[in-house]
Design a binder for this molecule. Sequence first.
Ligand code: IPE
Ligand code: IPE
Ligand code: MG
Length: 237
Amino acid sequence: MPRHVACVMDGNGRWAAQRSLPRTSGHRAAETTAIDVIEAARAAGVEWLSMYAFSTENWGRPSAEVDYLMRLVRRVVRKHAPLLHARGIRCRFLGVTDPRIPPALARDFADLMTLTGDNRGLTLTVAFDHGGRRDIVEAARSLIRDGVPADGVTEQTFAAHLPFPDTPDVDLVIRTSGEQRISNFMLWQVAYAEWVFPPVLWPDFRAPHFLECLHAYRQRERRFGGVPPHPNGELRS
Ligand code: IPE
Ligand code: IPE
Ligand code: MG
């Protein structure tokens, strides 16, 4: 079982286009999938689930779409906060540093983090206004501000300066919609992740698809740069 699963929730716009609907309808339909996947992950015993909801690059979309996403996410967070808390889910928001984030939304994020901060079930990290490169640059700045000497900069100290440094490396990334790229997502944490690209648009993705991805992960052989173990434990020639 992967300990940390991360989802790039992609394909909302195409889902809407297939139905001759505005892109916003695709985002609205994404809510059901998100809740389904959170519940499936929790039930399957996944400990960490991260979901990419808005990238630093997504600010470049038309302002009507950006505004819609801000309002939608606020509504979703407020609506599902009691359920997430009741399920023992600890919620975190990765990103949310941009002053363009509506203050009311930033407050709701902070409230949900406080409400669920002591929960010991699944840790749900929502990457909102997230950029992997920005996190890396911020970590470098924070090391310098802390006066860490060059020799003191190791992978461990660097990782300790990333946001939510207790987050384990990602084991499995699921990117829906068939697109096969990183799009600046948790760059540090995905260094050795396995990737699956289900050809399903995010609003059509459901718990059974998620379980298929977990199954695909279990078929993978993770090597971390080593060699596969020989069936008899002998060295290969
Ligand atoms: C993912 O769906 C949601 C966000 C990026 C907010 P898209 O909006 O990227 O959908 P496509 O890729 O255009 O289909
Ligand atoms: C990545 O999807 C961001 C999120 C899913 C929130 P995009 O749809 O924005 O990525 P690109 O533009 O296809 O790389
Ligand atoms: Mg997309």
